[in-house]
Design a protein. Structure first.
Length: 135
């Protein structure tokens, strides 16, 4: 870690981050993440990761696997609609961070982005009620 911090001070490294399971990050003492400016961890309906944003408000949060379990969700919404709801909620909770998801199908990507736009004006409280109904 000393080497990386030295590289950061020299400007060779812009920011230091750590990618870990969110459960592990919840149990790390604040000083255990000293020097790290970015935290990357899973986020989505089956992960209760919102507490990390509150625990580490001065860090940048990168969510990954946001749509991982989408096929298991209530059929009240289509997979694309769930994607729009989940991605909007994540963006509203984490406006200064990054939300990562993947797909190998261009149609699915376009459908997810269309649904993101569709639900973009939905208030966070409404998005929370929908997603919290999954638990």
């Amino acid at each position: 870690l000393d080497f990386l911090n030295a590289q950061k001070r020299k400007g060779i490294i812009g920011e230091l981050g750590i990618a870990a399971n969110y459960v592990n990050l919840l149990h790390v003492a604040n000083n255990g993440l000293e020097g790290f400016t970015v935290l990357q961890y899973e986020n989505g309906p089956y992960y209760k990761t919102d507490d990390l944003k509150k625990k580490y408000p001065n860090k940048k949060h990168f969510y990954h696997s946001a749509l991982r379990s989408i096929s298991y969700l209530d059929k009240k919404y289509s997979s694309s609609e769930w994607a729009g709801i989940i991605l909007n909620r994540a963006c509203k909770i984490n406006p200064s961070g990054k939300i990562l998801f993947s797909t190998t199908k261009s149609k699915r990507l376009m459908d997810n982005l269309a649904a993101f736009e569709k639900y973009n004006n939905m208030p966070l409280e409404t998005l929370n009620k929908i997603v919290d109904g999954v638990y």
